[in-house]
Design a protein around this ligand. Structure first.
Ligand code: OKV
Length: 241
């Protein structure tokens, strides 16, 4: 019943036009022929509100609208950067927002979809930042500000985050193994698909004596992407150029 495609971490930004072009070609080609596209967070490198009318945002909105108008379904999860994607964006693109985590069935197997940042429980500074900026009242106060002051606040966050990350080790920035097993168990899932860590791999975890699979998606960069595909012929990683 058609192909499902999973992508994440495109981090679209005007500084990387080759990656934007790659994504637009993907939407008009492989994705349009698929039954459903899942975007598991961080489609954008930054998102400060649906009212941001930057050219990149307009190009992506209309390309997603063309995809959904052509009959492909597009489901999107918030990432750690574009968690302010809201109702106006969804209305304009025809995309559906899924909660993080979201349990779906693929081939009868309970499969959990996440962005992945919630699994990085060793990064206490990031989890604190996450709780703060995702608080409904904090989000509303931020969105009440003018676009100009939101841009200034966001630039400040990005500068401070780059400084903080330079001091963090690779282990702190990866998923916590216990968090993975706890999450799989809590949701009764035998498969987990996520992005965020930029460490594409197929992992096997043991959950209560049973094997569970964790498929980690790759980031898109320098005009090259990756999509995880599921169809009647099984699972495949596709290079997107
Ligand atoms: C997103 C991340 C920048 C990581 C700020 C309230 C507050 C939202 C915000 C500002 C930043 C998103 C919206 C961005 C993610 C960064 C740097 C690091 C690790 C507030 C609500 F508190 F200021 F009022 N933000 N932007 N980072 O530029 O897209 O995820 S962002």
């Amino acid at each position: 019943d058609g192909e499902s495609l999973f992508i994440s971490d495109l981090h679209l930004t005007p500084d990387q036009p080759a990656t934007l072009d790659c994504f637009l070609r993907f939407l008009a080609g492989r994705a349009r022929a698929a039954r459903r596209l899942y975007i598991l967070g961080d489609l954008f490198d930054a998102w400060i509100g649906d009212d941001d009318d930057a050219p990149l945002h307009r190009a992506v909105r209309s390309a997603l609208r063309e995809l959904t108008a052509a009959g492909a379904e597009c489901a999107i999860l918030h990432g750690n950067r574009d968690f302010l994607i809201g109702r106006a964006f969804l209305r304009e693109t025809g995309c559906r927002l899924l909660p993080d985590p979201c349990l779906i069935r693929i081939d009868g197997e309970p499969t959990l979809l996440m962005h992945g940042d919630r699994l990085c429980t060793d990064d206490l500074a990031y989890q604190r930042f996450r709780r703060r900026v995702r608080h409904p009242l904090v989000k509303r106060l931020f969105l009440w500000k003018s676009l100009a002051s939101r841009r200034a606040i966001a630039a400040d966050y990005r500068r401070r985050s780059a400084e903080a990350n330079a001091e963090k080790t690779a282990t702190i920035m990866d998923v916590n193994q216990q968090a993975v097993v706890d999450t799989l168990r809590r949701h009764g899932a035998t498969r987990l698909i996520h992005g965020h860590t930029h460490r594409p791999a197929d992992h096997v975890h043991e959950v209560d004596g049973r094997a569970a699979q964790r498929l980690v998606l790759a980031e898109w960069r320098d005009g090259v992407g990756e999509a995880l595909s599921h169809s009647a012929s099984g699972w495949r990683r596709l290079a997107i150029e």
